[in-house]
Ligand binder design. Structure first.
Ligand code: PMV
Length: 319
C-alpha cells in the first residue's frame, strides 16, 4: 500500500460551472487557500487477487462508484488492469460534515499513481486530480493556489499552480460548522450544471470571475488581506446568487448561515479582519489573521445554530 496525505482547500474565488463535464474542465479559473486542519490520508494497493476495486472510508466499507472511474484513468496511464484496495480517512474534527472531495481526490491521485508505478509531476497530478473533482486540482499545492480554466479541448492546460504570497504565513481560516437537521444538500457537480442550464444570472457570474481573479492575485502580491477578503466575500455571494436564481433554486444556506454572516459583518464593524465565504453547504468559512482568529472563532461559536468552529492555518502540498 502507498499512502498519501492531502489538505482540503477553500476557494476564495469560486469554481462554479464547467466548460466540459466529461473531462471536468472549469468554465472559469478559481483561487483557493489550502487548509492544514483538514487532512485526508489515503492508501492504495493494486492487488491481482481482487475482482473489483474496494473502498474503505473512515473505517467502513463504502461504494467505489466514484473511485473506480478515477482508478481507470490511472490504470490506463500505467497500462495495468489490476483492481485496487483504497483505504481513506478524513482527519477532520468530528462530525464536521465538511466536503472532502478536494483532499480525497488529491491524496488518491498521488497514492494511486505511485502504487501503479507512475511518477507524475505536480502539474500532471493536478490534471489527474481534476478528473475526480475540479477543486481537487488545487489541493495538490499548499498555500494560495490558482486554477487555470485553460482553453484546450483535451484539458492539458486546466491545472492549478501555487501563488507565492507573504499572507500565507499570517492568514487563518475559521470554519463555522452549521449543523442541526439540515436537509440533504445538492451535490456540487449536479448543482453547478443545473445553475448553468437554468439560472438567468449564470452568465453574469461567469463574466465576473476573471476580474475577481485578477484583483485577488493583485491583493496577494501586495499582501493586502483586506482587499482579498472583500473579493472573497463578494465572489461567494455572487456564486450563491447565481445558484439561488436557478429554477428550481439551489439554496445551501440555513438560518444560522445568515446569522454567521451577520456576525462577520459585526466583527468588521468593530474593526476586525473577517470576511466570509460559503460552498455547497451551510457552513461559513471566515478569512482572518492569526492574531484575530480566536476572537473570530469565539464570535462565531456564539451564533445560534453554529455547532463547532475550526481554526486553520494554510496547509502544505500533497505528500
Ligand atoms: O470540485 P467540486 O466539484 O466539489 O466543486 C467545488 C465547488 C465549490 O466548493 C462550491 C467551489 C470551489 O471552487 O471549491
Amino acid at each position: 500500500m502507498i499512502a498519501a496525505r492531502a489538505c482540503a482547500n477553500i476557494a476564495l474565488v469560486k469554481y462554479w460551472g464547467k466548460r466540459d463535464a466529461a473531462l471536468n474542465l472549469p468554465a472559469a479559473g478559481s483561487l483557493s487557500l489550502t487548509l492544514a486542519a483538514l487532512v485526508t490520508e489515503t492508501s492504495v494497493g493494486f492487488d491481482p487477487a481482487l475482482a473489483h476495486d474496494v473502498l474503505v472510508l473512515d473505517g467502513a466499507s463504502a461504494p467505489a462508484d466514484r473511485v473506480t472511474p478515477f482508478l481507470d484513468l490511472v490504470r490506463a496511464q500505467a497500462r495495468v488492469t489490476t483492481r485496487a484496495r483504497v483505504v481513506s480517512r478524513n482527519e477532520f474534527p468530528t462530525a464536521s460534515g465538511l466536503a472532502s472531495s478536494a483532499s480525497g481526490f488529491a491524496a488518491l491521485a498521488l497514492a494511486a499513481s505511485r502504487a501503479a508505478g507512475l511518477e507524475l509531476d505536480a502539474r500532471e497530478l493536478s490534471i489527474l486530480a481534476r478528473r475526480g473533482s475540479g477543486s481537487a486540482a488545487r489541493s495538490i499545492y499548499g498555500g494560495f493556489v490558482r486554477m487555470h480554466a485553460g482553453t484546450r479541448a483535451d484539458g492539458s492546460d486546466a491545472y492549478a499552480e501555487p501563488i507565492e504570497s507573504a499572507l500565507a504565513d499570517t492568514v487563518r481560516m475559521v470554519i463555522a460548522i452549521v449543523g442541526g437537521g439540515a436537509p440533504k444538500t445538492h451535490g456540487s457537480r449536479d448543482a453547478m450544471e443545473h445553475t448553468a442550464a437554468t439560472s438567468p444570472f449564470y452568465s453574469s457570474w461567469i463574466a465576473q470571475v476573471p476580474a475577481d481573479l485578477a484583483a485577488a492575485e493583485a491583493a496577494l502580491a501586495r499582501g493586502d488581506l483586506k482587499s482579498l477578503g472583500e473579493i472573497t466575500e463578494a465572489n461567494a455571494l455572487a456564486m450563491h446568487a447565481s445558484a439561488i436564481a436557478a429554477r428550481p433554486p439551489v439554496i445551501y444556506w440555513q438560518p444560522a448561515t445568515l446569522a454567521a454572516l451577520a456576525a462577520v459583518r459585526e466583527l468588521r464593524a468593530r474593526g476586525r479582519t473577517a470576511w466570509a465565504t460559503m460552498d455547497a453547504g451551510p457552513h461559513v468559512k471566515v478569512l482572518t489573521t492569526a492574531a484575530e482568529a480566536n476572537e473570530v472563532a469565539h464570535a462565531l461559536a456564539a451564533v445560534h445554530g453554529v455547532t463547532d468552529t475550526i481554526v486553520s492555518a494554510a496547509g502544505g502540498p500533497v505528500t
